[in-house]
Ligand binder design. Structure first.
Ligand code: ADP
Ligand code: ZN
Length: 445
């Protein structure tokens, strides 16, 4: 693997906050949680009503041990109170408004005070510094600018560090690669499926990403992906690639990020309090058990959220200090959203499980698509998979053995019979935004 284009150093943007001891983190959380409850009680009609209904006063919550007394906030609450019903400050204090991408329905709104923007930029600056970005870097932001939180979020964080920021946004893939080469880009952030597309476009253009580009650190997020895809990207660009997690409802990217230990994503625990719950019962689950991530924003002013049910599936990792020196809570990679789960003949499947198997197999290319159909009364699962350029010699039917191997690996992993269809390199649709992995052609259920 050609990952070492200058080894990355473990560095800190806000050393004091990032190196808080586990005990201090808890104290900061207790204090900020108390402050949060008081703030929403005063400032938010929505939360005042919700808390009163549960007999919770502005001083009822003493510490994070009381967290379970607090009600959840859901995506429906945000949609029902569209656009500004969850503001906890006067409208005059709002200086920026974003929305979510609307992947699963109407986009939700998020508002920021000036201080919210400052904290957001600092969180991103922490993430980038942690993954080796410095003022010396030329940093390309290959994420949508505009209402989507990705572009502007990374932009201001990278600028705060003092990196040379290239706001190239999304689209125009060849132009992106040309900029990367001409400007000597050393770091970039994008959606993972798009990063693969950038790499393959570079090769098509006769540019060897490892030799002709200078990229030494990449962060990817905004959609479910797998460590196999990370390996592919690291091999493609010859540098380390980091997982970036966030969601607009709690501010955008910069909520959780991998460090150079690549052993889980650190949640900035002085700003975000994280729980994992059983999505059916709402009960808190211990570290190591997979469930729905629930996030409480400890420092947001304009639109703080209490116990926000993200619908994202992950687990909290064991509670120890990471080798990077940070005690900020770590979570696993995100398996997907509860909404992504496909039920096939009674078996629950996440696209990321399929990706996990595929991306580790030799011969499997950069893209896949999942098609679900109804044949008679039966659900049928078909996975279309691009093969790599080096094994494709013009005829897919020569690759029977590969198809059978993929089929049996997938069937073993999922416990489901399915059909594998091979596709030529570069033939499946690429998205400029979040990849669309599933075509569910079953009639409305
Ligand atoms: P939308 O929820 O409409 O797509 P956002 O742009 O706010 O709008 O996207 C946030 C969502 O994207 C998260 O809730 C999560 O489902 C997904 N996401 C973000 N980062 C990651 C990541 N690193 N891994 C998996 N999923 C992610
Ligand atoms: Zn770490």
């Amino acid at each position: 693997m050609g990952r070492a284009k200058g080894a990355l150093k473990n560095a800190f943007w806000e050393p004091e906050a990032e190196r808080l001891s586990p005990k201090r983190i808890k104290e900061v959380q207790n204090e900020r949680l108390r402050g949060l409850v008081r703030r929403v009680y005063e400032g938010s009609a929505f939360y005042r009503k919700l808390l009163r209904e549960r007999g919770i006063g502005p001083d009822s919550i003493r510490s994070i041990e009381d967290l379970e007394k607090l009600p959840f906030t859901t995506k429906e609450d945000l949609r029902d109170n569209y656009p500004f019903g969850l503001l906890a400050v006067p409208f005059s204090k709002v200086v920026r408004i974003h929305t979510s991408s609307g992947t699963t329905g109407n986009p939700t709104v998020v508002a920021y005070s000036r201080r919210d923007l400052e904290i957001w930029a600092n969180c991103i600056a922490r993430c980038l510094t942690m993954t080796g970005v410095t003022p010396e870097d030329v940093f390309q932001v290959i994420l949508g600018y505009g209402l989507f939180t990705g572009g502007l979020g990374f932009h201001y964080g990278a600028e705060l560090i003092g990196a040379k920021v290239l706001p190239s946004s999304t689209g125009g893939t060849k132009r992106q690669v040309k900029l990367m080469k001409d400007f000597g880009v050393t770091a970039f952030t994008s959606i993972p499926s798009y990063a693969l597309y950038l790499g393959e476009t570079a090769i098509e253009m006769g540019i060897n990403p490892q030799k002709d580009l200078r990229v030494k650190t990449i962060s990817c997020g905004a959609e479910p992906w797998s460590e196999g895809t990370r390996d592919k990207l690291e091999d493609l660009f010859g540098c380390m690639v980091f997982n970036s997690y966030g969601l607009s409802e709690v501010g955008g990217p910069g909520v959780a990020f991998e460090c150079i230990a690549q052993d889980g994503l650190h949640v900035w625990s002085d700003h975000f309090l994280i729980e994992v719950i059983d999505p059916k019962t709402g009960e808190a689950l211990p570290p190591g058990e997979e469930g729905e991530l629930v996030i409480t924003t400890l420092s947001r002013e304009a639109m703080p959220l209490i116990r926000y049910r993200t619908r994202d599936i992950a687990m909290i990792l064991d509670d120890d200090v990471c080798e990077c020196g940070r005690a900020h809570r770590r979570i696993s990679w995100i398996k997907g959203r509860t909404d992504d789960m496909i039920k096939i003949r009674g078996v629950n499947v996440f696209p990321s499980q399929i990706e996990h198997v595929l991306m580790r197999m030799p011969g499997v290319g950069n893209n896949y698509q999942i098609v679900v159909e109804k044949k008679g009364h039966m659900d049928e699962l078909k996975v279309r998979i691009e093969v790599t350029g080096d094994i494709f010699k013009g005829e897919l039917k020569d690759l029977v053995e590969l198809r059978e191997r993929i089929s049996s690996e997938l069937e073993n992993a999922l416990g489901l019979r399915l059909t594998v269809e091979l596709a030529e390199p570069g033939s499946l649709p690429r998205a400029e935004g979040k990849a669309v992995r599933v075509l569910d052609r079953r009639p409305e259920r």
